[in-house]
Design a protein around this ligand. Structure first.
Ligand code: GAP
Length: 463
């Protein structure tokens, strides 16, 4: 299966927006974002106290909230707000024949080159490979010929570790939707066109993972397979291309840093008739974070062939309407979407002679929606703040009660966590039961009644 590498891709085609000039010209920007993510509890290296594990990451208290909000926003747009898409959750371990049928056993490979001197391995198309020279130890003429390396993780089902017991950790969620196509169609009494959506873990033994959470060995995907009548696939493909770009911009991502990239003939996966990536201009350059693929009837046909079970659609009303459906797939990583949101939201600003670092996350995805701050720890202010905090929590709104340090420091902490609203209980609150609301991005302040706070925040986070 031809694999696509973000770094190797040519500049995109069909750009909907003018190309921005910022971001990539500051090489330290990514470092500072990674450092903020650790410091504030978004993302930690896995097994850090043992020196870390290669390209797997753990999400901390703020990271897990951001992750949940991303998944919820996707599920809402793809399942809850539509009648024509059903959700499901297939298992990670599947029958080995699934991966034979899908082409992954034979073809989900990267070309790999090994240094005969230091035994480091590299992807054959890695840009740092100079002709005949190892980029790590510098040995000359020690590099092997490229050989194929399958990216699927293998393990064994049951107590006997032999070839018959081999199973794979799935490298994509899509196959779980294909093998359940008839089950979902019948159980949900759907008619074509309709889709199956899944959010779940996938695993790939990437040879050169990296760029923080951009390419990891364990990751989560949000994938939707839309089953359509052959001949209508191109129209649906265009529809989903538009929908997916609209989704990411609805989460506040700057449209000037988004573009489509159409796969050329040498980039197309074997199953794809047509494919577009949505790319983002990360601090390390333009790279894919979502793919929209016209997978034709390839997967269903192969599963029909390998399983011997009919995967034809027969319309429940018009029995003459029967065909193996084409599939338009939308596939995006949870972690990669988080990286888009974090990179897009990261700002450094000069305010009053000091640098203010903030994450300008859209209120819908921000991990904490409101910081509740008593101006001083006396005169009943902490009690009023605690009451407001409890009301927000009871309404399912994640708020944070912070009374430690000066108000300026507390604002800075909230800004770095991406908290869109800071609600301060001050002297005037004692008199008229209003609080100051400070907007993270504009620093504008207004006063609202304490009893309106829950509704006010809820309206702005779209809950
Ligand atoms: N079912 C089709 C499929 O898996 P893909 O382009 O290989 O297509 C879809 O993957 C999305 O999954 C990518 O756009 C990316 O967001 C995410 N993804 C793929 N490999 C990843 C990795 N190693 N680490 C993090 N995310 C990854």
């Amino acid at each position: 299966m031809p694999r696509q590498y973000c770094g190797a891709r040519a500049a995109g085609t069909g750009e909907p927006f003018p190309a921005p000039t910022m971001m990539t010209d500051d090489p330290k920007r990514m470092e500072r974002l990674v450092s903020l993510c650790k410091r504030r509890g978004f993302i930690f290296q896995s097994s850090e106290i043992y020196g870390g594990t290669g390209s797997v990451w753990d999400y901390g208290p703020l990271g897990v909230e951001l992750q949940r909000n991303v998944k919820e926003a996707w599920w809402r747009a793809m399942v809850l707000e539509r009648d024509d898409i059903e959700g499901m959750d297939a298992s990670i371990l599947m029958h080995t024949r699934v991966w034979e049928a899908s082409g992954h056993v034979a073809g989900f490979t990267d070309p790999l080159i090994e240094c005969g001197s230091c035994h480091r391995r590299f992807r054959a198309d890695a840009p740092e490979l100079e002709a005949g020279r190892c980029p790590v130890c510098g040995a000359r003429d020690a590099m092997s010929e490229p050989r194929k390396f399958n990216l699927m993780f293998r393990t064994f089902m049951g107590p006997v570790e032999d070839d018959a017991a081999v199973v794979y950790l799935r490298p994509e969620t899509a196959q779980g939707s294909y093998v359940n196509f008839q089950n979902v169609l019948t159980a949900a009494r759907q008619r074509i066109p309709f889709g199956i959506a899944q959010i779940g873990k996938a695993f790939r033994n990437e040879i050169t993972p990296g760029n923080f959470i951009f390419r990891t060995r364990e990751f989560e995907q949000m994938e939707m397979q839309f089953f359509v009548e052959p001949g209508t696939d191109e129209e649906w493909f265009e529809y989903w291309r538009g929908q997916r770009m609209a989704w990411i911009t609805s989460l506040g991502v700057d449209g000037r840093r988004l573009r489509f990239h159409e796969h050329g003939p040498d980039e197309l996966a074997h199953y794809a008739k047509r494919a577009f990536d949505i790319q983002y201009e990360f601090p390390f350059g333009w790279s894919e974070f979502e793919g929209i693929h016209n997978r034709t009837d390839f997967d269903l046909r192969r599963h029909q062939e390998y399983s011997g079970k009919k995967l034809e659609y027969v319309d429940p009303v018009d029995h003459e309407r029967r065909f193996i459906p084409y599939v338009v797939e939308t596939a995006v990583g949870v972690g990669r979407t988080m990286l888009v949101l974090l990179a897009d939201a990261y700002r450094e600003e000069q305010v009053g002679g000091e640098t203010r670092t903030l994450l300008s996350l859209h209120p819908r995805v921000a991990p904490i929606k409101a910081a509740v701050l008593p101006l001083v720890k006396k005169d009943g202010m902490p009690e009023l703040a605690a009451r407001m905090h409890a009301a927000l929590r009871a309404a399912g709104i994640n708020s944070f009660h912070d009374d430690a340090g000066s108000i300026g420091r507390r604002y800075r902490r909230a800004d770095e966590a991406g908290t869109p609203f800071a609600l301060t209980v001050d002297g005037q609150t004692l008199e008229d039961r209003t609080v100051t609301v400070r907007d993270r991005d504009t620093l504008a302040q207004e006063r609202i009644g304490m009893d309106q706070v829950v509704a006010w925040v809820r309206e702005r986070i779209g809950a």
